[in-house]
Write a protein that binds this ligand. Structure first.
Ligand code: PMP
Length: 285
């Protein structure tokens, strides 16, 4: 079955979608992206993803090629053109095609726009019941992790270290404080309080991070946004990772040591249920 993507104004089969070798996304990783789930063909938290896209584009000084209405329409058309009810939808905007030179092309060139989709693959029930094993590492990425850029070599290297250690993810620390994981935000729970690192330029402002805090607020679960040290991470009752695709995942082992009693905790189960409830209402419209 042929899969349809959107590339620079056209809907084409994925195998026909081609980009120039001089594209700055290819040459420099000079591009930003978004990744969001569609449940029952409805794009989840679309408005929030488009707001973050605007922020990323403005931060790297690429003119936004479309307004939100046009983005929504193009994304929905890709979802509708593909055969799965639940999808993982990826969009990328690069600075465009120009001779290889670091300064921005002047005058600016047309950005390259890609939207593609794949079947939504989420953690299995067995993985949820067991929880993730993770390692910790020094966060040696750049200082603008608030921008959702495709320049992800550091994330890939760090994630591979986790895989090499038989783990699912890596929790990163900068100056002794937890930032995030290679492709997820981090929460801990201690004495019933949900704690998240503050949203600053060292972490991606996660759409799921915001939704978790929104749900905590709405259901009067206590939470704090503040720094988390490695000692606190090790001593937490629960650790969670959040991302649009993996939703909320419990971490049960950090650096070879069990988190709490080594099983997904009660606050995780409560938050996961709230999240599923919110999601089902959303998918039903
Ligand atoms: N941090 C990083 C580095 C990520 O790659 C992701 C996943 N896009 C997240 C956090 C979680 O963000 P979101 O909840 O918007 O998917």
């Amino acid at each position: 079955m042929s899969e349809t993507v959107y590339l620079n104004g056209e809907f084409v089969p994925k195998s026909d979608a081609k980009v120039s070798v001089l594209d700055r996304g290819f040459i420099f990783g000079d591009a930003v992206y978004e990744l969001l789930p569609a449940y029952n063909r409805r794009l989840f938290r679309l408005r929030e993803h488009l707001a973050r896209l605007r922020y990323s584009l403005a931060s790297v000084r690429i003119a936004n090629p479309y307004d939100d209405e046009r983005w929504s329409e193009l994304l929905q058309r890709v979802v509708d053109a593909n055969p799965w009810d639940d999808q993982s939808v990826y969009l990328q905007v690069t600075r465009g095609v120009a001779p290889r030179d670091q300064p921005f092309p002047s005058p600016p060139v047309e950005p390259t726009v890609l939207i593609m989709s794949s079947p939504l693959r989420q953690p299995t029930e067995a993985q949820r019941a067991e929880g993730y094993k993770v390692i910790t590492r020094e966060d040696y990425r750049w200082l603008r992790c608030d921008i959702k850029t495709t320049s992800l070599i550091a994330n890939c290297l760090l994630r591979q270290e986790a895989v090499d250690a038989g783990c699912a993810e890596v929790i990163l620390l900068r100056d002794g404080k937890v930032t995030e994981a290679s492709s997820a935000n981090v929460f801990i729970v201690k004495d019933g309080i949900i704690v998240a690192p503050p949203k600053d330029h060292l972490i991606l402002p996660g759409i799921t991070y915001d939704l978790v805090l929104e749900l905590a607020k709405a259901h009067e679960l206590p939470f704090e946004m503040r720094d988390i040290t490695l000692t606190e991470l090790y001593a937490s009752d629960e650790v969670w990772l959040t991302s649009s695709i993996r939703e909320i995942m419990p971490v049960t082992v950090v650096d070879g040591m069990p988190v709490g009693n080594g099983a997904p905790g009660p606050v995780y189960r409560a938050m996961y249920a709230l999240y599923q409830d919110y999601k089902e209402k959303y998918a039903r419209g």
